[in-house]
Design a protein around this ligand. Structure first.
Ligand code: DC
Length: 235
């Protein structure tokens, strides 16, 4: 596994971005990838796809045999949908379905199983090693610490619960900022039982986006990538 990570790293730079829901992680990862011409890997979307399959098939995460067959199905979906605009599972377009509250609330049933995390991390490293893009921006919760601890650039995006709730409310056209903040806190608490993404690990750059625009965050991340490339050339 370590060899595979190293070779993925030497061949193509990985920009690893972790952070909680609503920190601006996805918008930033997408914008940075577009700017650098890199591929974008939203690992949360893939945890959601596995969960969608699990819910549809009534997969008990404690039943190893059933779980393995769901993971094999998952691998087929990754192979056919990674890089595509839409994600399809057995001919069903699940691009929107994986974002429903039912899926969001059920992810941790599967994502907390170590065999699931190992399997998905292996799939993510394989994508990094085989993408035809010159680099990859990967976003998630444990990308800087577990999936790509040797990534060229590692960033933890944070934002206050209030800032995240205000952004979400604006997206939804809702004025219930307090209710949204409550749900964000509950989601953080649930996600934090699986992975600690609240603290930046050694060598990870902490970037608080509470008072920054998307353009400012994108600029900062792109600068970090440029600085890492310059540093590499001087080593
Ligand atoms: O980023 P998101 O909110 O779409 O992630 C969906 C879920 O997947 C969320 O419950 C956290 C989980 N996740 C994870 O456990 N590890 C990752 N690398 C990415 C997401």
């Amino acid at each position: 596994m370590a060899d595979q990570q190293m070779s993925a790293e030497t061949l193509r730079p990985v920009v690893a971005i972790d952070g909680p829901a609503g920190s601006g992680k996805s918008s930033t990862a997408r914008a940075v990838a577009a700017r650098l011409g890199f591929a974008h890997l939203d690992t949360g979307a893939w945890y959601r796809v596995l969960t969608w399959i699990g819910l549809r098939d009534g997969v008990d995460p404690a039943d190893a045999q059933v779980l393995n067959s769901a993971l094999a199905h998952f691998d087929q979906v990754v192979a056919s949908s990674f890089g595509a605009d839409r994600i399809t599972v057995g001919g069903v377009d699940v691009t929107e379905a994986i974002r429903t509250p039912e899926v969001s609330q059920s992810v941790s049933r599967y994502s907390s199983v170590p065999a699931v995390r190992d399997h998905l991390n292996h799939a993510f490293r394989h994508l990094a090693a085989t993408t035809s893009a010159p680099g990859l921006v990967v976003e998630g919760r444990d990308i800087t610490t577990v999936t790509f601890p040797d990534a060229a650039v590692r960033i933890l995006l944070t934002a206050s619960v209030d800032a995240r709730a205000r952004r979400r409310a604006a997206q939804l056209g809702s004025d219930d900022v307090a209710g949204i903040a409550q749900r964000i806190s509950e989601r953080d608490a649930r996600d934090l039982t699986v992975v600690d993404f609240a603290n930046a690990a050694d060598g990870v750059t902490l970037l608080d986006t509470s008072d920054l625009t998307l353009d400012e965050v994108t600029e900062t991340v792109a600068d970090l990538v440029a600085a890492s490339t310059t540093k590499e050339h001087h080593e």
